[in-house]
Design a protein around this ligand. Sequence first.
Ligand code: DUC
Ligand code: ZN
Ligand code: ZN
Length: 466
Amino acid sequence: MSILIRGGTVIGSTGPYDADVLVDGETIAAIFAPGKGPEGPEIIDATGKYVIPGAIDAHTHMQMPFGGTQASDTFDTGTRAAAIGGTTTIIDFAIQRYGEVVQDGLAAWHAKTAGECHIDYGFHMILGGVDDDALKAMDQLVTSEGITSFKLFMAYPGVFYSDDGQILRAMQKARENGAMIMMHAENGPAIDVLVKQALERGETSPLYHGLTRPQELEAEATSRAIWLAAVAADCPLYIVHLSASKALDQVKAARDLGRNVFAETCPQYLYLTLEDQLGAPGFEGAKWVCSTPLRSGKESHRADLWQGLRTNDLSVVSTDHCPFCMKDQKEMGIGDFSKIPNGIGSVEHRVDLLYQGVVDKKLSLARWVETIATTPARMFGMYPKKGVIAPGSDADIVLYDPNGRTRISVETHHMNMDYSAWEGWEIDGRVDTVMSRGEVISSGGEYTGRRGRGKYVPRALSEYLL
Ligand code: DUC
Ligand code: ZN
Ligand code: ZN
């Protein structure tokens, strides 16, 4: 079936232009000058709307077992919420824990997703135990499974933590096979000391989650990861959920040297603060316990991160969507912040939250689309199938209404969370229509997609590597 999206303004990486987009089946067939498209196809009127590629969230944790519980969105609920918010592809993290076979971890994630997802999805692989077998498995995943990125943790000793020797070995392997190493860059052993000391002093509230993870320990780990990657012959390195100015300085310095170093940030670090959210009265701050933590609003973190997005020192905005309910989940940490499961859920809101950056004149329209769709596709080997409005690409298309308005609330969101980290936020724009591989799955607030229609996307190597 053919559909002509008529009268809209396409946002490409060179900027906005008026055009009509012809969709045939699951892909984009052609782009026409306004009014020059064929007669015959079904028409979607996009007058006054932006036509953007379906957004890609390159960092989610649906139903992830973590912190003694499990992230509250399943692949069903989480991908449906993502779709409604304009995200048409996620890359979730499959997990190998210490002592487990990597391929078994991957098979478990394929089993969790089979028949569940509303939108397309790929996987990164978390390596919780780097050993000879895991290193061999990295090659197999790259060559045969479409998994070309591996996450390591410098934090969470005893859970996902890798020591520097393990990190170096994985980086050397990645340099050989072209994969990307994604790094959770926080100095976990040092954080554990600060956490123990705080609890001994009776400092138990959620605010101390942030105060025991100071930005210096993110900057130190970021710098160490960058230099370990240099020793591994400039292995491709992507710092996840970068939250703070000093860590950003490390990334900038590496990029100024021409290194294969990239970073993402997340909406929570662009807007929320240690004082206002983590420091909320009583146990409220638990809603915003995530790692890396929210940073002080008295320092320049948020302004620096917005600038980093403009200058491409930060290439991508992902959510690190890892939701937990307050009831029974976050509440596990009443009286001990270290027992609060770490994570925030925003998969439904990233497109809107970043559009607010356009309204606030912090990002251009083109950069908005780059950071939420095009660069994630190129960074993680899905381009030009995903991330661009171009002939031959999947017809993953969002019509965005700049004259619409979005009010975020637990009353109206679709994520499986009993609170919203963005309660009461108002955005000057609105996701109007969402198309995934040629099928309209959400329009005017009505969801018409279905569970199980999403397909696994095997990924190629990153485009950005030299
Ligand atoms: N950080 C979080 O906040 N949640 C999931 C894992 C992580 O690194
Ligand atoms: Zn992480
Ligand atoms: Zn994460």
